[in-house]
Design a protein around this ligand. Sequence first.
Ligand SMILES: [Zn+2]
Length: 180
Amino acid sequence: MSNGPKSFKDLMKRTTLRSEQGRQLKPIPRVQISEVELARRNQRLAEMKAFANKLRCPLCGAQLDGPVSWTDAKLTCVSNPDEYSVYYPGTGLAKQEIARVSNDYYIYELAYYLIGLNDDEVPEYNVIINQLDLTISVPQIREKNKKRLHYFTGVKVLPINKDLTADNILKKLEIYQIFS
Ligand SMILES: [Zn+2]
């Protein structure tokens, strides 16, 4: 016989001992912030909330909703959360913006990820266009099978606004396919 555990009970005992060795964790240090810093954060939080309250869904005009902290805001369209979502790391430019429009067959997802400002001070983005097949009825499977149609880096050539439609995205893709 080997030197292994003699019974299931022995095995459990050994397992317990091993995991107890791994439990020697240090307590999480508490971050101490001064009254001044706390006041500054509360001020920033009030500014972020006021900023978020003024924002509207660029596609339908509805209000945006989501978690707002003193550092950032992650918001989605109230009337249709799938339609528009945006991430603001402060009250400046959005860091990430995702819009979805559809026709009878597909959902087109247009995503802008801010990289920075170019020499003309114009924001440039990683731009991704994805296609989701509406004949796939289970949303999770549809998400898993979404197809990347286009990826490029540049300025916002297809603004997210009330005029954004599946047709507009398709027309733009045609142009890219001709010239790329
Ligand atoms: Zn909307």
